[in-house]
Design a protein around this ligand. Structure first.
Ligand SMILES: Nc1ncnc2c1ncn2[C@@H]1O[C@H](COP(=O)(O)OP(=O)(O)O)[C@@H](O)[C@H]1O
Ligand SMILES: Cc1ncc(COP(=O)(O)O)c(N)n1
Length: 264
């Protein structure tokens, strides 16, 4: 019996190919043995080669899903991924405040690994001013870090400057992910003015569809399990490194990760 089951909610978009978005989040939560729930913000028709279409859910229906979850099974942590327009961002912000949500991880998803845009241009202002300040940690990749900081990021020194800027603007901790840099795959945490690096060797694996979704969900799962932020990131980094090492190869493009390799 799992009387003390921890619960995690993902608020994100659906990926029909199952590698990113809601599907990656729920698989990651299952692998961490926490109970996963989902509020879907958009459907995407997508596979490993790209995004063919996006159908946004109405803000009212996003609100209805949030009410149903929070009024019944309270999440111990919340992960937020694809939120494609300003109205959806507004409604999520209002509900997270209303229900006093805790352990909030925001992955500011703007562009898919395949290069397709997942956020409307006018939404980035709402993301910065409404949602990011609510987060316990935000997890931009390098291109998202460049948009949020206004700086070009090519080196680890650039990462430091950008993370400092983003953290000051949002008033929250920032995990700037280094997966898009050439030589390393080191992630930088900027928390309360303190800097920590989470290092790993660069794995030669073209199949990175859903790595950001997976990392942010793994952080949320570990926070729900009661670990502190640094420990949660360290465990999540080990999880993603293991999944990339597993080397699953599905699809014609940048393939998804295997989450089953570590379930026993
Ligand atoms: N080739 C790689 N080798 C090792 N780790 C990687 C690699 N690519 C991405 N990662 C890790 O996967 C996580 C997601 O990073 P990143 O790819 O930068 O984000 P996103 O999927 O949002 O673009 C980070 O922890 C990053 O360091
Ligand atoms: C519905 C949805 N959400 C997010 C991503 C980003 O994926 P990644 O983790 O590869 O950056 C995606 N491709 N699709």
């Amino acid at each position: 019996m799992s009387k003390n089951m921890k619960t995690v909610l993902t608020i994100a978009g659906s990926d029909s190919s199952g590698g990113a978005g809601i599907q990656a989040d729920l698989k990651t939560m299952m692998a961490h043995k926490v109970y996963g729930m989902s509020v879907i913000t958009a459907l995407t028709a997508q596979n490993t080669t790209g995004v063919a279409g996006i159908m946004e859910v109405t803000p009212e229906f996003v609100a209805q899903q949030l009410d149903c979850v929070f009024q019944d099974i309270r999440p111990d942590a919340v992960k937020i991924g694809m939120v494609s327009n300003a109205e959806i961002i507004k409604v999520i912000t209002e509900k997270l405040v209303e229900y006093k949500a805790e352990n909030i991880v925001v992955d500011p998803v703007m562009v898919a690994t395949s290069g397709s845009s997942l956020m409307q241009d006018d939404a980035s202002q709402a993301l910065r001013t409404l949602l990011l300040p609510l987060a316990d940690v935000i997890t931009p990749n390098v291109p998202e870090g460049e948009v949020l900081s206004g700086l070009k990021i090519e080196t680890k020194a650039d990462m430091l400057e950008a993370a400092d800027r983003i953290a000051s603007a949002a008033g929250t901790s920032v995990l700037l992910k280094g997966g898009h840099l050439k030589d390393s795959a080191d992630d930088l945490l900027f928390m309360d003015g303190k800097v920590s690096w989470f290092e790993s060797e660069r794995i030669e694996n073209p199949n990175t569809h859903g790595t950001g979704c997976t990392l942010s969900s793994a952080i949320a799962a570990n926070l729900a399990l009661g670990h502190g932020l640094e420990e949660s990131i360290s465990k999540a980094k080990a999880y993603i490194t293991g999944a990339l090492h597993d080397g699953m190869d599905l699809g014609k493009g940048s393939g998804p990760l295997n989450h089953a390799y570590r379930i026993n």
